[in-house]
Design a protein around this ligand. Structure first.
Ligand SMILES: Nc1ncnc2c1ncn2[C@@H]1O[C@H](COP(=O)(O)OP(=O)(O)OP(=O)(O)O)[C@@H](O)[C@H]1O
Length: 202
């Protein structure tokens, strides 16, 4: 499978944010998107995810087969918001995501163990600390059957040990044929990732 962006332009509030962006990432590869504040990293990820329309150009999946014919079917987006209901327990949230995004290689309990949150699945998500919320949101990736991870500042709020644990999860995802596209200011420990540097302005 390949995730391909061709000649992409993005706008916010009718103003151009970036233009002429192109990339191709294939099974096992990662792409790290860097650039100064306001350069359009989050906008680019939202355009790739399909949450914002591209002003120009297109994003598509090639060789996704019957299982992943579209970007929407292949991608899981982890943005600044964790996309979890605060009143539901951590487990209830993850059960929802597992049903919504196809059954990933981990069940809910296994995914919580992977992010170091085993034993607190019964707590309402709203009780968790900032870093624990982020780790629970990362567990969404593990319970979902989505080969392309679109990650916006994924390590925000994580302590050093959690950062390293997440780096290992991303490397394993790629080693088993997954794709990671991550916008970040911080090194993510992805090894030989491709890079895309967004400009300060266009
Ligand atoms: N809803 C909006 N309406 C108008 N302008 C917006 C909107 N959202 C973002 N912008 C502007 O679009 C530009 C790109 O923002 P974006 O969040 O994509 O940058 P970024 O590279 O992710 O920044 P950071 O590193 O600070 O997270 C900024 O100038 C921002 O002010």
């Amino acid at each position: 499978m390949r995730l391909i962006a061709e000649n992409l332009s993005g706008e916010r509030g009718g103003e151009p944010v970036f233009e002429g962006i192109g990339f191709s990432v294939t099974d096992g590869e990662s792409l790290v998107v860097t650039g100064p504040n306001g350069s359009g990293k989050s906008t680019l990820l939202r355009v790739v995810a399909g949450f914002l329309p591209a002003a120009e150009g297109q994003v598509r999946i090639a060789e996704g087969g019957e299982e992943f014919p579209t970007v929407a079917s292949a991608c899981h987006y982890l943005g600044h918001q964790n996309a979890m209901k605060t009143a539901l327990t951590v487990t209830e949230n993850l059960v929802f995501w597992r049903q919504f995004s196809g059954e990933g290689r981990f069940d809910v309990s296994g995914a919580l163990d992977e992010v170091g949150l085993g034993g607190i699945g019964h707590l309402p998500f709203g009780y968790l600390s900032t870093g624990q919320r982020r780790r629970a949101a990362i567990a969404k990736l593990l319970v979902s059957h989505r080969p392309v991870w679109l990650l916006d500042e994924p390590t925000a709020g994580l302590d050093k040990a959690s950062e390293e644990r997440f780096a290992a999860l991303m490397r394993r995802h790629c080693a088993t044929g997954g794709i990671v596209v991550a916008a970040t200011h911080l090194p993510l420990g992805l090894g030989n990732a491709k890079t895309l540097e967004m400009g300060a302005q266009i």
